[in-house]
Design a protein around this ligand. Sequence first.
Ligand code: PEP
Ligand code: MG
Length: 953
Amino acid sequence: MRDLLGGKGAGLAEMTRLGLPVPPGFTITTKACNAYSKRNRFPPGLLKQVEEGVTSIEAKSGKMFGAPLNSLLLSVRSGAKFSMPGMMDTVLNVGLNDETVHALATLTSNERYAWDSYRRLLSMFGRIVKDIEGHKFEAILDRYKERTEGKKDTDLTTDMLRHIVEEYKALYRAELKEDFPQKPRDQLREAIAAVFRSWNGKRAVDYRNFNKIPHNLGTAANVQRMVFGNMGPDSGTGVAFTRNPSTGAKELFGEYLANAQGEDVVAGIRTPYKISELREHSPAIYDQFVRVSELLEKHYRDVQDMEFTVERGKLFMLQTRNGKRTAQAAVKIAVDMVREGLITKEEALLRVEPLHVIQLLLPRFDEAAKESARREGRYLAKGLNASPGAATGYVSFDPDEAEHLGHDEKKPVVLVRVETSPDDVHGMLHSKGILTAHGGATSHAAVVARGLGLPCVAGCEALRIDYDAGEFRVGEKVVRRGDFVSIDGTTGEVYEGPIRTIEPDFDREENLKTLLSWADEMRRLQVWANADYPRDAQRARKFGAQGIGLCRTEHMFFETERLPIVHEMILAAPEYRRVSAQHRALQAEIGSAKEGKRAELEKRLDLLGPAFEDLSRRYLGSLEKLGELQREDFVGILRAMAGLPVIIRLIDPPLHEFLPNYETLLVQVTKLRLARSDPQILTRTAASEEDRVFLDEVQEAGKGDLARGIEVLLPEKELLLAAVAAIREANPMLGLRGCRLGITFPEITEMQVRAIFEAACLLRKEGVDVHPEIMIPLVGHVNELKDQRDALEAQAKKVMERAGVAVDYKFGTMIEIPRAALTADEIAEYAEFFSFGTNDLTQTTFGYSRDDAEGKFLLSYVDRKILPFNPFQSLDREGVGQLMRMCVQKGRKVRSSLEIGICGEHGGDPASIELCHELGLNYVSCSPFRVPVARLAAAHAKLKHEVARTEDR
Ligand code: PEP
Ligand code: MG
């Protein structure tokens, strides 16, 4: 019915059918609108039907359309299938003319109102029906307002309104070379056509584009008798919800304004009172309205948002529709309605949007406070809503400072960066929110913020950040270090100054917990979480995670006190590999060498000895230290997840990510070389913050003596530069990373596996139930996995034998390269589980650089509809999805027990979760705060597919 009659028309028809008091009227269908849009004229027969409709309204109301005395006035309102508030047009008081205006004055006993209605009809009709520019009517009105004391519409006298009507008519004549149509039927016909045309008005088209509403639906036109709420104290108008749309409380919620028309409520001319006060004023009407609203809610089995008018003690219902509500209200109402027996659990689940749930778990701005910030002109800009939630805090541009303020001084900080890198994580950890000028949905800032449950606005290109000046600019506005800024990661908005936030507490969200428990009964997919730290794992578990699907071990390397050890290890690694190979070869040669040759070989081995020892100390020694630290990390995370599986991924990023930036080093080495003959040049040329930090470093190295500092630092930096230059790659994301690292430097992954098993054995001995799963990243050929599995399982075995305990573990791989998906049957021979790394799989399938695409072209691709959506946010079904489908089928054919999940960012996206359900994955893994979203989305997926299957049958 809504397709044909639109939402408003369907509601009116249904209310009429239920015997509720609705002003008599009729609805012209969306089909007629579409026919009109095509030919620019009414379809045959329409006007005759309109005439019949008017006659029927006349009969029901006892008034005549166009009669000079007891005249019928009509409203013509738009109403599409989907609510498009304020986007289309409405013409009221149709039927007023030079004669009937007097009849209205008598009818309402309010001459001023009659003339005011007439001037409104004239300007509405002129503007909407005849396209006269609105400001021309405004100019006339303003001229009269100027003459009044208060300078407002309400200050205009009846006489003034009469004059305004005359001037409006003159304007109409001057603009159109014709008079305002005095015949009510002409007005009606033209008003209907204008409502139809408003479907294709710019506002409506933009709104539909933004909200993805199809353009071919058309609007209906509802023609009804005007009812007047301004006929004295026993009249009035109101809007009400059957339940409170902000809290969900079961109470009639709304406003009523006596002796007023609908637009007066909207215009805020007088303060309406609460609907409950209507009980004191007009108990009979109130009781009737309560009965009507109860009936409507029961009938529609959902909260209703109603408009009504009381005309001389008689109630008229003007509209009813399902009410929009906050996330909190949606959850409470769904749960309450199940308890009241109004809806089923399945319906309750489908009533709550999975993504809305996140609003209940993150700090959010108090809406009123945000609105006043906007009114005060504190809105700055909008970026990408990269990680939801709200944050307000001091601006800091420096991760060290952010860490200090957040950690030591316990102050709220918003870290503002052009973009973030792994070097910034310590600052991010202690910030309330992250704001970046560049970067997309899978930029470092976005991924880390989502993982930490921190609000993040990324890619806010309007920001001009100047680290040296310690400020950012947006147009004329300047925000300095230490000023307050507020970011809304749910919408992407950025504001100057503080905005009050509301802190959430999952434990107290009883309704949400109930709803999610129903989701758990329903869903087939398990929900796991991506967590790198014990604290994230604990949070994920509290939110209902059934395992850890991805623990990225490299994050553990980035901590400030560990980085020097990591540097030492990386710098020594290539040389150690070379020298140790020589060492091994010489030893082998000695074993089989003849007498004469052996002595010479032994001498060479002796010569190699010191270098080999030094490199072993630096490389293996650093790994040993890192292994001890990692063991502690693994103990923490495995303990937090006792009884549940924990997938630990071995090192993945290219090694240069752990080292200083090549360009920075090159500049530093060049400067140091130049400064050898003139050390003060460093002081003289220190222009930027970065230069000053470097100067301090040199001073420190020389213990206050610049020249000495240069001599100490230069060889160190030269070495570092050479090492960084040696491992630099043109395409690092396609280079020496993932399993390629473990194969090239097996000692690194062996150390990690030892640390995992030492931690697991330690906990087993304490009686903790642990289930580690070792995951190899970026496998493209089965032999890569085979190589790593052989080497690493040998390590695991050794540790378990030494400890004398057996640990239940699995060995598996990520699927992130198309070739891995295509050869999944071969790979499954060596993997007990697959985990789709859809960030990389999307990158490699599309051939888009995940670090650059969003900033450079991808968002514009989406704007220009070259792509329907951002494939880094929601899985591309046709491409990436097809690879996944093939991979699941091939993998399970070889190993039916293969455990398959997803751990890319898509694991928390409801549409992608639906695809994972369809593909038969075992679980989705997402950031901890997305766990409740995913629990609900997984239930939605199951329910939708059950409905689809039933419909197919
Ligand atoms: C992925 O590629 O989807 C993944 C989870 O790994 P990362 O984002 O760490 O490359
Ligand atoms: Mg990856």
